[in-house]
Ligand binder design. Structure first.
Ligand code: CP
Ligand code: NVA
Length: 332
């Protein structure tokens, strides 16, 4: 069933119902099939799209750019040094200016409040491309990948291991609660999610029959997992916390032993990327040497194993982000 999502913003997954998210995932699959068949679309013809990035990005930026172009739209990248947002001009003023020129606005940055103000004042759809608190478009790609592997989402056991209170852990929790997955966070107590957010997730879970579990035990927590998910131990903007996080999270590294402990031969490994799984990046070499570690949140062996679906996930960013733009802005 098609839903009319025209003019809607996507700031968090809680802005959408289970049926609306299912519709976005179905549309993503249709757009993926269309792209694979080499068919170009025109649903975003004549639409100008602003892409504001306070923080760096590979996948999100490219997914918005290519997704918009594939459907005939015009994306424009506005990096942190290109515009006045929040410096010489208030966010509300920038929002009102961009809203007069653009048909849709993506924002990636620090404070979640910034994307809320943009949505309040722009008068056009605003999409959250990651804030300190949430990363909703990533979860659409993750859920599409889970659907592709298991045929559905309901009652699948999704286990998130690592920094249990970052944007990824939060958004996966809210997404699972809406869509009816059984979601477990495995993290040291210092990195458990905010109580108020867990309460909200449990309220949503009542309707969807999802379960939300939080534990600090990396052995029992992964049993029967369908998907093991991890993310960087230090998110963008927290770079001074490497020593503290490595000390806290070393026992929570996703390694082959953890995969075996799931007791599920078909378990998949997911990561939003970028990942520290070897010492091949400049940044990785420096951090690993400074802190005396070889790998961080996931071992190279798991990352490169048959369980790993991380590049399907990365590709799915494009199909799902395209679906969000088409549904909220396109001439379908
Ligand atoms: N997963 C993700 O958002 O990647 P980028 O930071 O490269 O956009
Ligand atoms: N938690 C990570 C996600 C990157 C896609 C960060 O915010 O840096």
């Amino acid at each position: 069933m098609a839903f009319n999502l025209k003019g809607r913003s996507l700031l968090t997954l809680q802005d959408f119902s289970q049926e609306e998210i299912s519709y976005l995932l179905t549309l993503s699959k249709d757009l993926k099939d269309k792209k694979r068949a080499g068919i170009k679309g025109d649903t975003l013809q004549g639409k100008n799209i602003a892409l504001i990035f306070e923080k760096p990005s590979t996948r999100t930026r490219c997914a918005f750019s290519v997704g918009a172009k594939d459907e005939g739209g015009y994306p424009e990248y506005l990096g942190k040094n290109d515009i006045q947002l929040g410096k010489k001009e208030t966010v509300a003023d920038t929002a009102r200016v961009l809203g007069r020129m653009y048909d849709g606005i993506e924002f990636r940055g620090y404070k979640h409040q910034t994307v809320e103000i943009l949505a309040e004042y722009a008068g056009v759809p605003v999409w959250n491309g990651l804030t300190d608190q949430y990363h909703p478009t990533q979860i659409l790609a993750d859920f599409l990948t889970i659907q592709e592997n298991f045929g559905g989402l309901q009652e699948r056991k999704l286990v998130y291991v690592g920094d249990g209170r970052n944007n990824m852990a939060n958004s996966l929790m809210m997404g699972s609660a809406i869509m009816g997955l059984n979601y477990t966070i495995i993290a040291p107590r210092e990195l458990w999610p905010d109580d108020a957010l867990v309460k909200k997730a449990n309220l949503l879970a009542r309707d969807s029959k999802a379960t939300i579990d939080i534990t600090d035990d990396p052995v029992s927590g992964v049993k029967d997992a369908d998907a093991i998910y991890t993310d960087v131990w230090v998110s963008m903007g927290e770079e001074e916390k490497f020593a503290e996080r490595i000390a806290l999270l070393k026992p929570y590294q996703v390694d082959m032993e953890m995969i075996v402990n799931t007791d599920n031969e078909d378990v998949i490994f997911l990561h939003c990327l970028p990942a520290y799984h070897n010492t091949e990046t400049d940044n990785g070499q420096k951090i690993f040497a400074e802190h005396g570690v070889k790998e961080m949140e996931v071992t190279d062996r798991v990352f490169e194993s048959k369980h790993s679906k991380v590049f399907d996930q990365a590709e799915n960013r494009m199909h799902t982000i395209k679906a969000v733009m088409v549904a909220t802005l396109g001439n379908q």
